[in-house]
Ligand binder design. Structure first.
Ligand SMILES: Nc1ncnc2c1ncn2[C@@H]1O[C@H](COP(=O)(O)OP(=O)(O)OP(=O)(O)O)[C@@H](O)[C@H]1O
Length: 256
C-alpha cells in the first residue's frame, strides 16, 4: 500500500535517513523502531509532507507523495499523531476533533463568516461526527472539557480521535504509548487492534515500549543511524544480532 524506495533525508552534513526501503502492507500493524536519533520521526515527517526527501520515492498505491504539502497528504488518506502531543489546549475535546475534520467540511468561507444556515447545518453535522469519534476512542464523557485538563493518556486518545476524523486509510502513530501507565498502554493496545479491524486501517507506529511493539506488530523495520538494519517478524527482530547491538552497543554485547 505504501512503498518507500531509496528514501534519504540530509540536514546539512547529517544524513538522518539514508537510502531506506520499506513496504507497508495494507491492513497491517507495522512498527518502525530504533535507538534515539535513528531517523524514525524524520521518516514519518517525509511520508506526511513535513519534510521533502533529499532523494527517493514514496508511493501510496501508484501515486507519489513526494513534494506534497501535509494537508494534501492528509486528504489522500494518511493521518498521524505526534511524539509531543499537539492539541489546541484551550479548546474542548470536541472542538479539537472538529479541527481534524475541517478538510472534509463542505461549506465555504462566506457561509462561515456570516453563519449562514448552510454553515450551521454543516457545523451541527460536524459536531455529531466529532462526538462519534470521541465515543470511539472512549472520551465521550469528556467531550466538553478543555484538552489541557485531560489526563495524559486521554490527550493521546484525543489526538487519535482527531486523526481518525480526517478519515484516513493509513494512521501513523509517533510514540503513542509514551508517558502512559500500564493500564493506559493496555487500553491503547486494544484500541489499535480495534481501529485496524473495524476501520480497515493500516497502522504504522514508532514506539520505544518494546513490550507493546513486540506484542502488537506483525512486522517491524529497524533503523539505526538513519539506515535500515533489519526487518522481519517480532521473533526474528528480537533475535537479530545487529538489532541487539544497535540497542545495547557492540561492546556490551561482546563482553556479555
Ligand atoms: N530539522 C532538523 N534539522 C537538523 N537535524 C535534524 C532535524 N530533524 C532531525 N534531525 C536530526 O536527524 C537525526 C534523526 O532524528 P529523528 O528525530 O528522526 O530520530 P528518532 O529516531 O525519531 O529519535 P527519537 O527516538 O529520539 O525520537 C537526529 O540526529 C536529529 O538531530
Amino acid at each position: 500500500m505504501l512503498k518507500i524506495t531509496n528514501l534519504t533525508k540530509s540536514f546539512g552534513g547529517l544524513t538522518a535517513v539514508n537510502n531506506v526501503n520499506i513496504d507497508i502492507k495494507e491492513g497491517s500493524i507495522t512498527a518502525v523502531i530504533g535507538p534515539n536519533g535513528a531517523g524514525k520521526t524524520t521518516f514519518f515527517n517525509m511520508i506526511t509532507g513535513v519534510y521533502t526527501p533529499s532523494s527517493g520515492e514514496i508511493l501510496l498505491g501508484n501515486e507519489s507523495l513526494v513534494g506534497l504539502k501535509p494537508h494534501t497528504v492528509n486528504k489522500k488518506g494518511i493521518a498521524r499523531t505526534f511524539q509531543n502531543i499537539r492539541l489546541f489546549n484551550s479548546m474542548t475535546a470536541l472542538e479539537n476533533v472538529m479541527v481534524g475534520m475541517h478538510q472534509h467540511l463542505k461549506y465555504g468561507v462566506f457561509s462561515t463568516i456570516f453563519h449562514l444556515p448552510k454553515f450551521k447545518k454543516a457545523e451541527k453535522l460536524a459536531m455529531k461526527e466529532a462526538y462519534k469519534w470521541l465515543e470511539y476512542v472512549g472520551l465521550a464523557d469528556v467531550y466538553n472539557e478543555e484538552a489541557s485538563s485531560l489526563s495524559y493518556g486521554a490527550q493521546r486518545r484525543l489526538e487519535i480521535a482527531r486523526a481518525l476524523a480526517s478519515q484516513p486509510r493509513i494512521l501513523l502513530l509517533d510514540e503513542p504509548a509514551a508517558g502512559m501507565n500500564p493500564k493506559e498502554t493496555k487500553e491503547l493496545t486494544d484500541l489499535i487492534y480495534q481501529m485496524r479491524d473495524d476501520l480497515n486501517l493500516t497502522i504504522v507506529l514508532i514506539e520505544h515500549d518494546m513490550k507493546l511493539v513486540m506484542e502488537i506488530s506483525e512486522y517491524l523495520f529497524v533503523l539505526d543511524h538513519g539506515e535500515k538494519i533489519a526487518e522481519g517478524k517480532p521473533l526474528e527482530i528480537r533475535n537479530n544480532q545487529k538489532v541487539i547491538e544497535a540497542y545495547l552497543g557492540k561492546s556490551a554485547v561482546t563482553t556479555a
